[in-house]
Design a protein around this ligand. Structure first.
Ligand SMILES: *[C@@H]1O[C@H](CO)[C@@H](O)[C@H](O)[C@H]1NC(C)=O
Ligand SMILES: *[C@@H]1O[C@H](CO)[C@@H](O)[C@H](O)[C@H]1NC(C)=O
Length: 213
């Protein structure tokens, strides 16, 4: 079979001009190159495009609104922005905050956990069972919460969505911070190196606090 093919090819080559032979060879070689190139690039993982986020949210002291419907409050919009960012998590949610008493934030964290997002929380144990703390609820649902176990306060207030978006600021994750304080929150995916530093720091704290879960 192969012999027959080779025979016919060689007799064809003898019958055609040198020019045609060269053309054929060129075509064959470039086909081989294209095939090799395609199969190489197909298996290579393209670097993931980074979600570009860069925003600051300011919460204002709005005591005079206290007696009005909180839903008209500017802070409600701000809180919604924040919960939307948390809600955008597809893979992981690493939260490292002094305390969490905000129900809205607690709700979205539980929702993500139930959806299968890898939720990890580091908090300050002095607040873990304080008034309105969501921590007991998280633990009951199965979220792993680790707490600082030294005299110093675990005073961080940052979170990382999908190792990609950093949420950081003065903001305490409390009702009080949302509705009664001047606070700031930065939500950013750049510079990537800085976000990575937060991710690394979270991971090292997570390991360090392993004894207290
Ligand atoms: C994170 O927030 C804290 C508290 O507001 C602030 O001191 C710090 O500069 C912030 N870091 C970044 C990188 O935004
Ligand atoms: C915010 O957290 C600090 C500790 O970081 C705490 O002393 C303070 O009471 C909290 N403020 C509010 C308004 O919850």
């Amino acid at each position: 079979m192969l012999k027959a093919v080779l025979n016919s090819v060689s007799s064809w080559l003898k019958s055609v001009s040198y020019y045609k032979q060269t053309c054929c060879l060129g075509l064959l070689t470039s086909t081989v190159f294209v095939v090799i190139y395609c199969s190489c690039t197909k298996n290579k993982k393209r670097p993931k495009p980074v979600r570009y986020v860069n925003e600051v949210i300011f919460f204002e002291d709005n005591n005079r609104y206290r007696n009005f419907d909180k839903r008209n409050h500017r802070s409600v919009e701000n809180l919604k922005k924040l919960t939307d960012y948390l809600d955008s998590a597809k893979v992981s949610l690493n939260i490292c905050v002094f305390t969490i008493t905000s129900h809205k934030l607690g709700e979205v964290i539980l929702k993500k956990f139930r959806e299968g997002v890898n939720v990890r929380i580091i908090t300050d144990d002095s607040m873990a069972y304080g008034d309105g703390s969501q921590i007991a609820k998280f633990r009951k649902e199965g979220i792993v919460v680790r707490a600082r176990c030294s005299e110093s306060l675990m005073h961080h207030k940052f979170a990382i969505v999908d190792d990609e978006i950093l949420i950081n600021g003065s903001f305490n994750w409390t009702e009080q911070a949302t509705f009664g304080n001047w606070e700031n929150v930065i939500i950013t995916s750049v510079p990537v190196k800085m976000v990575e530093s937060y991710v690394d720091h979270f991971n090292s704290l997570w390991i360090k606090l392993n004894t207290d879960s």
